[in-house]
Every structure is written in structure tokens, then in C-alpha cells.
Design a protein around this ligand. Structure first.
Ligand code: KG4
Ligand code: ZN
Length: 375
């Protein structure tokens, strides 16, 4: 089976093609879910092999960089222009297979951008006479973790991963910061989210204050790593809501604290390498501290067994390191996608479509974008 995934939720135009084939009965031992040590109690049957034949991402970063953020209507126009080109590239790279199913992100995201992907999927479905599966972008960030392996089990089989679930998922991106209780694939409960800015948005805004460009996350991470000398400014940013009993977040105050500190510095200091690196390190650590503490608390409170990360911020090297350390200390299983599958891509849409193939529909008029779609 060949699944084509489409994502235009924000500023990346992405199309991927996945090949999924049944390989017949084998034992669980052969079905590797790397880093995921837990497995079903017995042997498995009907192992499914997954291969990402292509995963083309056309980034609009350069276009939005000069504004320090994403402009939805500019992004929409770019998606419209890029979609046919990205499709051609994805098909060519996958050696033009016969597509069976089309998965498309319908939300959450930027409404004008989502509609571009949805309308494109509908037109393609009509042309190919194939059904469409509407995909939730947040679930796709979670299920990106299951692209890790070239072998994985089908949905029924995954239901048997009783020892793995419940898991706590932390989805951290430019638009979202959510803690989700995952009972099994397809069964989620949102337990907390940001009350204002998302973690990625905070990285982006701090970078803008410091004059570092867009997107902020990768630049801040790089500059923070370069801080080798002892700290001279003794920066101490707040860790918003860290000790509160809920699972919500708030990052807008953190950005304001960076702005206040920046404003009180002399112009020469503001531009100095030392100050910028130290601020990057402190802002990054403040975000990481809150994310880790709240996620670990949720995992303990819900008696979950695993932590699953996803979203662009999960590509942050320091966050990955510190999460791994905390999880091993607390004996929690821990899953995080490879960096290129943390940020927006359509392979994650393809795998989500696969898990929801029962939702495939020819009722194309009913498929609508929903900017505020909930998990
Ligand atoms: O998941 P994503 O690609 O798009 C959304 O769904 O929003 O996430 C983009 C966000 C941006 O805010 C970007 O600054 C952040 O992810 N990001 C990072 C890193 N790479 C991307 N944040 C921290 N460290 C990184 N290495
Ligand atoms: Zn995303």
C-alpha cells in the first residue's frame, strides 16, 4: 500500500510517500521499535514494514525571516505555488508508485495554509479516484515516533502494547505546547497546554529580541552551546508556572523578562557575543526546566510508563539530552523522533493516516480545514 501525506499547516510545504507492506507472521523480536523496550506479552503476527520513499519539505524560512515570524497570507500563497512542485519531487523520488490513500493535515494550524493542503488533497483524490484521510497535526507529531523503525505492527497489534501505555506526550512546536495522556494510538486526552505563547514561539520571540533571525530555536540552541566561558552576567530568568499543580504552561512572561533585561543593558553589551550567548543559554534552560518538570510530574501523577516527545522544539539538542537523563533517573521509557522528523513534515501525516485508515472517505466535500482542531 502506498500512502501520500500532505502537510501545509504552517510555513513548510511537505509531501511524503510511504510504502507499507505486510510481511507475514514473525516473532516480536524482529519487529524493532528502537528505544522502546517494552513490547507485547507474546509473539506477533502480521508484521508491517514501513518505508519512507520520499519526504519532501519545502521551507519558507527565508521568506518569513525578514518579518521574524510567519505571515499566514504570504505562507498561503507560497503553499499554492509550491504544492505542485513538491508533489512532483515526492513522486519522482518515490519512483512514481500507484497511490492508494491520501492523508492530509486538516488542523490545527494556520487556517489559510491548511485550506491550501486540503483543497490540493481533494483535487488529487478526484484525479486519482482515491479516498482521503483527514489528519490531526498534533497526533501526527506524536506518531512521528513510530516512523523511527522500518518495522512496526499494525494498529490492532499495537493495541496489545498494554505495557507501554498510558504514555504522556509532550508536543512542543511553534504553535503548540501540550501535555497529552495517550491511552493507545488514537485515544488521547489533553491534560494541559500553554495559556499564551507556545515554547517554540518563545524561542522565536527571544531570538527576535536579540536580533538573531527566524526560526529562533536552532539559532538559540547553537549559540547556547558556544557559551564556554564562565557566566559574567548572572542572568536569572523566571521558570513560569513551574511549581503550580496543573499541567499548563505560560511562556509570554519569559519573553518579557528577556526584553526587560535586554533594554536595561548598554547598547555595547546588548550586541556583545558573551551577553547574547549567556541569554540564549538561560532562556533555553528556563524553557527546558519547565517542560521537563511538568512532564515528569504528569507522568508520575497519571502513573504513566512512558514519555513521548514531538514537535519542532523536540529537535533541541539540550532538551533531548536532559529529557533522556531525567527519564532514565525515573525509569520511564522515552521516545523522541530523529531531529528531521520533529519539525513539520508529511511522513508523520502519512503514518497517522495509516493508523486511521478506517476514516478514509470519498465524501470529499465534507473534508474541511479546522484551525482549532483538538486532539
Ligand atoms: O513543529 P514545527 O516545525 O512547526 C509547528 O507546528 O509549529 O515547530 C517549529 C518550531 C519553531 O518555533 C522553531 O523555533 C522550533 O520549532 N525549533 C526549535 C529547534 N528547531 C526548531 N526550538 C528549539 N531548538 C531547536 N533545535
Ligand atoms: Zn508542527
Amino acid at each position: 500500500m502506498y500512502i501520500l501525506g500532505i502537510d501545509t499547516s504552517c510555513d513548510d510545504t511537505s509531501i511524503a510517500i510511504l510504502e507499507i507492506k505486510k510481511e507475514g507472521a514473525r516473532r516480536r523480536r524482529d519487529a524493532t521499535l528502537p528505544n522502546f523496550r517494552f513490547g507485547p506479552s507474546g509473539g506477533g503476527s502480521g508484521i508491517v514494514k514501513l518505508e519512507i520513499l520520499s519526504n519532501v519539505v519545502s521551507s519558507q524560512v527565508k521568506l518569513h525571516a525578514k518579518y521574524g515570524g510567519v505571515y499566514p497570507f504570504l505562507a498561503k500563497r507560497e503553499h499554492q505555488r509550491n504544492l505542485p512542485l513538491v508533489l512532483k519531487k515526492a513522486l519522482t523520488k518515490a519512483k512514481n508508485p500507484k497511490i492508494d490513500l491520501i492523508g492530509v493535515t486538516i488542523g490545527p494550524g494556520l487556517e489559510p495554509c491548511l485550506w491550501q493542503g486540503v483543497n490540493f488533497a481533494i483535487e488529487l483524490a478526484k484525479k486519482l479516484k482515491k479516498p482521503v484521510i483527514p489528519v490531526n497535526h498534533i497526533e501526527a507529531h506524536i506518531l512521528a515516533n513510530f516512523l523511527l523503525s522500518s518495522n512496526f505492527h499494525d494498529r490492532e497489534f499495537l493495541k496489545n502494547f498494554v505495557r507501554a501505555f498510558p504514555a504522556i506526550c509532550l508536543v512542543v512546536s511553534g504553535g503548540h505546547t501540550q501535555l497529552i495522556l495517550m491511552k493507545e494510538i488514537g485515544k488521547y486526552k489533553l491534560i494541559g497546554e500553554t495559556r499564551d505563547d507556545a515554547a517554540g514561539e518563545c524561542f522565536d520571540k527571544v531570538a527576535r529580541i536579540l536580533g538573531l533571525g527566524y526560526p529562533g530555536g536552532p539559532i538559540i540552541s547553537k549559540l547556547a552551546q558556544k557559551l564556554t566561558k564562565r557566566e559574567v552576567f548572572s542572568l536569572c530568568l523566571p521558570r513560569p508556572m513551574i511549581y503550580q499543580k496543573n499541567y499548563d504552561f505560560s511562556f509570554s512572561g519569559l519573553k518579557t523578562a528577556v526584553l526587560y533585561d535586554f533594554r536595561k543593558r548598554k547598547p555595547k553589551i546588548r550586541k556583545s557575543r558573551e551577553y547574547i550567548r549567556e541569554m540564549c543559554r538561560e532562556a533555553q534552560q528556563a524553557i527546558i526546566d519547565v517542560l521537563i518538570r511538568k512532564t515528569i510530574k504528569a507522568t508520575k501523577d497519571y502513573k504513566a510508563k512512558a514519555i513521548i516527545l514531538g514537535g519542532g522544539v523536540a529537535a533541541n539538542e539540550e532538551l533531548r539530552k536532559q529529557f533522556a537523563k531525567e527519564c532514565s533517573k525515573c525509569h520511564f521509557e522515552h521516545l523522541v523522533p530523529p531531529k528531521n522528523l520533529c519539525t513539520d513534515n508529511a511522513a508523520m501525516v502519512g503514518i497517522t493516516a495509516f493508523y486511521h485508515k478506517d476514516k478514509a472517505t470519498f465524501n470529499l466535500e465534507k473534508i474541511e480545514a479546522n484551525a482549532n482542531l483538538k486532539i
